[in-house]
Ligand binder design. Sequence first.
Ligand code: ARG
Length: 402
Amino acid sequence: MAKRVALAYSGGLDTSVAVRWLREEYGVEVVAVAVDVGQGGESFEDITARALAAGAVEAVVVDAREELAADFCFPAIAANARYEGKYPLVSSLSRPVIVKHLVEQARLFGCDAVAHGCTGKGNDQVRFEVGTRALAPEFEILAPARVWGLTREDCVALAAKWEIPIQQTKEKIYSIDENLWGRAIECGRIEDPWHTTRLEPFTLTQITEQGPVEVIIGFEQGRPVTIDGVSYSPADMIDKMNTIAGATGFGRLDMVENRRVGIKSREVYEAPGALALIAAHSDLEDLTLERDVAHEKLRLEPRWAELVYDGMWFSPLKNALDAFIAETQRFVTGEVRMTFEAPGLMRVDGRRSPVALYDYELATYDAADTFRHQDAEGFVRLWGLGISTWAKRHGAEPGSAK
Ligand code: ARG
């Protein structure tokens, strides 16, 4: 049995109750690890104070914002990652960076286990646990919320009994997970897939500007580095794009998705920066990737997104796909012009690159044309040779077998 546990601590009701519950039920010491992934909200001083009030022996904060942006979100941009063609992996990307720091802090503080506050129904438990198994297979993993059988009211009552200062005690309507890559909204009335999301609690996407707003995003080797010629750090780049794109209402998603644990769930997201940056990046690839590379990459991108969604960030296949993607990004350098306009419209409006494979003299129909038209005749004849052989054998219009 574990003696000292590093708990991934958010400061919310569940993980606060978990601190004391772990101590009471398992007799373990709890080290609360709060990771700043750009979730906003309360100050980390308040959060660590609460962890200590709940009975943690230590409470630490790790600032992982730039790391999340550079090492997790930027690879997702390179992979044009959208799970099931839609969801840009908001929560899926933050869990591996949290796991990485949880394991690091656990080792630093001499823990023999880690713990998380996830329930048994979601994907986040999968990401925490598979991630921990990859980075620290020797650790025990505790998941109090999966075994304690407490309702929200029970947790509120326990927090009161244990004198843990909790902010919201009223009925909680939504489960919201936020980081700098976006926001995921679950539960409450949106659990009915028919319920309109018009009035949901959006914060990153609101129409405060009508537009059209034009911005030019500069990329270097697949990484967004400038907006309108000004350089930004990875986290600031995402922040800034959230502000620009979100102001015209762009970046909302409403979908029914397939969780790893077999449940279909209705999810509402807002990820203006993420969706805009992926769209810009993908457009620049159209200009700079060779055809076969582009087509193969399109086949592998959904697999990358699925692996990350499924908690396999630290896995051999993900590493192998990363190597492929990194190779494809060598020449994804250039600029993309985007326009945002209320309500929620975005379009890519132009792209250019010093290493574009677009060749005006090959593409043009005007006098500058250098394309060798005479080559086309033989090429097309050979391209269709098999077809013409088949047609001669079976008649001009053989139709299909019925
Ligand atoms: N369904 C999304 C995902 O699996 C969002 C999860 C949000 N997590 C949460 N604890 N509310 O990535």
